[in-house]
Design a protein around this ligand. Structure first.
Ligand code: SAH
Length: 253
């Protein structure tokens, strides 16, 4: 699927902020998760080690996303990290007594894709202690991945991958015509399909496959089969061509 302008623009309106990350490998993995889904704006708030983005482990885990690490900004306050942002999402495994409204990754992604005015940030916590309340409470929403209640804490980069994937899917969805069957060409009209059925039925009689006096359930079954396929105009024309040829050959015999 080609990523068009509108999909990439939704993804460009999204920043990933990592707060006090401890493991360089996780930062590298987040960069990779982001790049695979078309995200690029990464900000680190007070990472727990020097030279976070140049660290050997970060580079190794980033793999082909080292450019994203090189472009990441390292800051020492949330205020700085949130510059230019008008919609903040605390990403947390833990639900809290005083919390912004809780949404799923899919709901968050849907909001981002639907509203072109949003410049959103996904804020991820530290591997051991997550996000502090003073960062969560002022956020617009708390995004919770509804994981297994017996063990709901994902690895930081895996949580980032889930979020990035949902945002990409929502961004791409906006480009698809609303169709449950996934037409690529023009959907065939009911009249075209009906004409094709009559044509096909006659051809099946002509070749002796269908007994006009005892048709059983052949045509209803074929209709159900074709209905599942979601026929396009060109496909209907191909089927009519086949039927025409069957009839023509038979009449030559
Ligand atoms: N022990 C920490 C979890 C840290 S996991 C805690 O109790 O909060 C590191 C980060 O990954 C979290 O801060 C959060 O941003 C993200 N994360 C992990 N599991 C998640 C889940 N189920 N839903 C949302 N975010 C999750």
């Amino acid at each position: 699927m080609k990523q068009t302008e509108s999909a990439s623009s939704a993804l460009r309106r999204l920043r990933v902020i990592l707060v006090q990350t401890s493991r360089p490998g996780n930062i590298g993995s987040v960069a990779r998760a982001m790049k695979t889904m078309g995200l690029s704006d990464l900000v680190l708030v007070n990472p727990r080690f020097e030279g976070a983005c140049q660290h050997e482990e970060a580079l190794a885990f980033a793999s082909g996303a080292q450019d994203l690490l090189a472009g990441a900004r390292v800051v020492d306050s949330m205020a700085e990290a949130l510059q230019g942002i008008n919609f903040t999402a605390a990403v947390s495994a833990r639900l809290r007594e005083f919390s912004p409204p809780v949404v799923t990754p899919r709901e968050f992604a849907g909001q981002l894709a639907a509203n072109g005015e949003l410049h959103a940030a996904l804020i991820f916590g530290n591997e051991r202690f997550g996000l502090p309340n003073d960062i969560v409470e002022p956020c617009n929403v708390l995004v919770n991945i509804p994981a297994n209640p017996d063990y709901s804490s994902l690895n930081l980069a895996q949580a980032a991958q889930v979020l990035a994937y949902e945002c990409r899917m929502a961004a791409l969805d906006g480009q698809q015509p609303a169709s449950p069957v996934g037409f690529q060409g023009e959907a065939a009209s009911a009249a075209q399909i009906e004409g094709m059925y009559q044509h096909l039925e006659q051809a099946l009689v002509d070749i002796g496959f269908l007994d006009a006096n005892n048709p059983r359930k052949l045509m209803p079954r074929l209709k159900r089969l074709f209905a599942r396929a979601g026929l396009e105009t060109e496909e209907v024309n191909i089927l009519r061509g086949i039927a025409r040829q069957m009839t023509a050959r038979r009449r030559q015999d």
